[in-house]
Design a protein around this ligand. Structure first.
Ligand code: NAD
Length: 457
């Protein structure tokens, strides 16, 4: 395991238990010895060692050989470099985010298009095409990205069943895309409301989060990015297209943590979330694209609508006021969380029956009962890691795969025990609900499913 932050610590006990790994077969390498006592308590060897462009290959040679598994849960270490090294040596691989070497996400000298997840994904796809049959490397497989790509498929099947539509057994991406099209799905939000709270509230000059502060601030300062649906009629003034690659997503010339959108989850109701870029916004949109004669005939708009825990929202507010210079102090909430849950699901919109949310409701209490060293948020991520790792072990020569490529029912069976209650709920919510009551707003009343209507101006 590379990296032993919030997700590494959260994964450890379950990896040992569920994958039946002897502690002596697991080794952790991480930049600093923080929390190495947790590893020691499980009898797992811990090496404090920063990994960089100069030493990563020799570290892999020293610690791994053919048939082994590299679980990459670090930040600031290039996923692509690790994957290349693993492929050459016959080592299986999984990560939960496509990370570049430091200095790419927030490098003002790079074109904005290069700071996107779209660009990082295209590099991974090019690597995949170089050698389709190769040791399995599962990329971006946590909760989101990760589990949510699987939830989209289950949501489509549930919607079809509820609407009396014969869905059959979709076999590949075209089948899933056709099913989404038949169901009228125009927009998919990864709709997440984290309501976890600790007694000690956010302090002045402090960034608080329920997972990596570095990871969240990095992705939050990338350009906002979304899969761009074929039904969209209003081009956002600050948007740009990518010139290379699949063309499934666009980006906005502003950070995701300065871009708010309206969304909905069953327990929270309507809320405003942040349109932070995420790998799944691009991969789900790409996987659900249909083409006729080379032209896109169907694609849903797909993006994240993240309402982090309240103290993170306050942290973001302070960060924006400091022109995106990170606060001096950082705190990841876990053992001090007193209450709350993470409601994480997918919201599929456009079907005449209403919008359909399908996802995980996991409270902090449930998470603690299931595994030590977890918050609700981290356990949802671990669910995806376990699902992806078992899938890789069962399919060791699948090459580079995204969560969207994995068998959804096999994956869901593995991940579901750690997702709390999986709920599917229909609603009559639309982004136009209760709008323009007090002030005029630019909305398109003829089609509620325009990005224009979701975006908070
Ligand atoms: P964290 O900041 O808590 O921990 C990161 C770990 O990486 C730390 O142990 C740190 O010491 C280590 N590290 C940093 N630089 C290193 C280097 N150069 N060499 C070796 N180790 C290094 O982060 P986290 O919350 O545990 O997240 C880990 C990864 O998982 C991030 O990429 C994050 O974006 C991703 N993530 C994905 C999801 C998802 O649902 N897909 C959710 C949460 C986090």
């Amino acid at each position: 395991m590379l990296g032993f932050g919030s997700i590494g610590q959260a994964s450890l006990a379950l990896l040992l238990r569920q994958l039946r790994i002897a502690p002596s077969r697991l080794r952790i390498i991480s930049r600093s010895p923080d929390r190495s006592a947790i590893a020691a308590a499980h009898g797992v060897e811990f090496l404090a060692q920063p990994v960089d462009e100069q030493n990563y290959e020799s570290l892999i040679d020293a610690h791994l050989s053919a048939g082994d598994f590299l679980l990459n849960l670090s930040v600031d270490v290039s996923s692509l470099a690790l994957m290349r090294a693993c492929r050459r040596r016959g080592i299986l691989y999984l990560d939960t985010c496509t990370e570049p070497w430091p200095g790419r996400y927030d490098n003002p000298d790079l074109p904005l298009s290069q700071r996107t997840n779209y660009a990082l994904r295209e590099e991974v796809l090019a690597f995949q095409r170089e050698q389709p049959v190769a040791p399995t490397a599962v990329v971006t497989c946590g909760a989101n990205p990760g589990v949510v790509s699987i939830l989209v498929k289950q949501a489509l099947l549930n919607m079809a069943a509820d609407c009396g539509l014969e869905a059959g057994r979709p076999a590949g991406r075209q089948d899933w895309a056709r099913l989404a099209q038949r169901l009228g799905v125009r927009v998919i939000h990864v709709a997440e409301r984290d309501s976890q709270v600790a007694d000690r509230r956010k302090q002045h000059n402090e960034f608080v989060n329920t997972w990596s502060v570095d990871g969240f601030v990095s992705e939050g300062l990338q350009p906002s990015e979304l899969g761009w649906g074929s039904h969209e009629r209003h081009w956002p003034a600050d948007a740009a297209r990518q010139e290379q690659g699949c063309g499934a997503a666009i980006y906005l010339r502003r950070p995701g943590i300065a871009t708010r959108v309206r969304s909905w989850t069953p327990l929270e109701g309507g809320y405003q979330g942040f349109l932070v870029t995420h790998a799944e916004s691009v991969s789900i949109a790409d996987h659900l694209t249909l083409r006729e004669g080379g032209e896109v005939s169907y694609r849903p708009t797909v993006h994240y609508a993240y309402h982090p825990c309240d103290d993170t929202v306050l942290s973001l507010h302070e960060l924006a006021g400091k022109s995106w210079r990170l606060q001096g102090r950082r705190r990841i909430l876990r053992d001090e969380i007193r209450d709350g849950r993470d409601e994480l699901g997918v919201l599929l919109m456009g079907n005449p029956r209403g919008v359909y949310w399908y996802g995980s409701r996991l409270s902090i209490g449930q998470a603690r009962e299931l595994a030590p060293h977890n918050s609700a948020t981290s356990l949802q991520v671990v669910a995806g890691i376990l699902g992806g790792m078992v899938w890789a072990l069962r399919h060791p020569l699948a090459g580079v795969v995204e969560p969207d490529d994995l068998d959804h029912d096999e994956f869901l069976e593995l991940a579901a025990p750690y997702l709390g209650r999986l709920a599917g709920v229909w609603s009559d919510w639309t982004p136009l609900k209760d709008r323009t009551r007090l002030f005029d707003e630019p909305v398109d009343r003829d089609d509620p499913w325009q990005f224009l209507n979701f975006r908070v101006n």
